[in-house]
Design a protein around this ligand. Sequence first.
Ligand code: R5P
Length: 293
Amino acid sequence: MIVTSCGNSRTIAKKLAKKLSAPYSPLTLTSFPDGDIYLRYNTDVKGKKVIIVQSFQPLSDASLFHIIFAAEAAKNQGAKKVILVSPYLAYMRQDKAFNSGEAVSSRIMAKLLNQCIDKIITIDPHLHRYKSLKDIFTIPAKCLTANHLIAQYISKHFKNEVIIGPDWESYQWAEHIAKDIHVNVTVLEKTRFSSRKVKVKMMDTIPLRGKNVIIVDDIISTGHTIAEAAKQAQKLGALSITAIGVHGLFVDNALDTLKKAGVTKVITTNCIEHKTNKIDITPLLLEELKKEK
Ligand code: R5P
């Protein structure tokens, strides 16, 4: 077994390699003067299992191409099996054509990966209209969740807390985490007007006055979803407001958007490397990869 990465998840890749007692071998990944990708393995992969550890952020398009090149190159050089470990899997939110003529990106991404890798392992992919990854992947696709790690983090660092999920599909995180640590939870209803404009409404009101409110979602992208939920929590008298995201993309000025809405702390897992990372998901991946030893 060898562990490699296309650049985005080097820290996790190295940790995994160490724990698996497998070599970590970085790829040479550059581009020709015209922009064409140049990729080279610096170790012999013939007959080996190749684990490519790569989150799709930053640069989801480049990540997808790099993964395809890395997987195809490994296969061409005789690798026994290619496993993609993508703590953050991009393109999942476009799970239908919302307007006529649109590409269903998640299906296209999965179709490309189905052709070149043998297994994918990911953490909390955005499953909304799909029931499971099987809806789009024909290869074995393992979906892990950071819920318990987040629950443990909350119980260690907070008191007198309640949990809010900022939109319907966030129940998968908010409700599960709240149940795990026996705290109150409510999930809001979101209307999305554009990729940067949303409105949320509290359907089942729970007491927030004097509470430490924790808003949990899978993805923090522009931050507007959580910011809208935070504004509601502020109006209802929250003592403090914390945002926890499994995947912190932080596009535009997301951290500022959250701060302006009254969020005082932002916490993420290291599915995507960022200064807000406080929850390490490596143990989840390790358990899964041990089965491949
Ligand atoms: C979508 O429904 C996701 O679960 C997140 O709520 C969404 O991606 C967050 O995006 P933003 O931070 O741009 O509002």
